[in-house]
Design a protein around this ligand. Sequence first.
Ligand SMILES: N[C@@H](CCC(=O)N[C@@H](CS)C(=O)NCC(=O)O)C(=O)O
Length: 237
Amino acid sequence: MITLYTIGSLWGLPDPSPFVMKTEVQLKMSGLPFTTRKSRPPEAPKGKLPYIEDQGVLIGDSTFIREHLERRYGVDLDADLSPRQRAIAWTAERVVEDHLYWATIYARWGVRENFDKGPAIFFGGAPPEVVEAGRARVLENLHGQGFGRHSLAEVADLAGRSFAALSELIGDEPYLSGAAMCGADATLFAGLAAVATPHFDTPVRDALLRFPNLVAYHDRIMARFYPAFAWAEPALA
Ligand SMILES: N[C@@H](CCC(=O)N[C@@H](CS)C(=O)NCC(=O)O)C(=O)O
């Protein structure tokens, strides 16, 4: 049995980590039996979540986990996709994981109020100086990545450009590549969910809400894979 290591439900989300949600949805899509167990980054083989354990082997990183599932179990989450659609799917995943993710981190960790009602919980009641040092480490990462040099409004502006591009790619289709869900839909959904949770009121979330087709896309996948988490409020209107 595969074990997926997660953070666990927080902030109205199945998991605060978009990478964990992505992998969990991909596991559900694969139809393979799996179980989940809570963990923390220091316990992970690469110091980040998610990771899985499969027959005694630990695999870290959501992309490599997917590759493992596809290779070992003959699963192809992109079976219906043309080479061009696969290229678009990979490109869209990079936008979500290497661009929007950092806007999400900025909104959660960079905004004091959001940090206090959000990531502060990861420090489990540690002394304030430990909490502040942990937050400073993430802010340093944001500085290195580049978003940390911008204002929140500028980051929301950049995120809005990515939402606009994703909105255009999805158009009126239910999923990224049309009627059938592909692997990248799990990534896109998870990245949008991490922004969309009403727990955090941020201009990045506001930028997402300007795209009704992205909101509907998010709601569709949330209802399909996590019906208990379909937000009751006009989800994202
Ligand atoms: N490339 C990795 C990214 C995973 C990742 O960034 N996970 C975050 C949680 S959202 C984490 O564990 N961060 C802990 C840390 O950086 O110390 C993947 O696709 O799995």
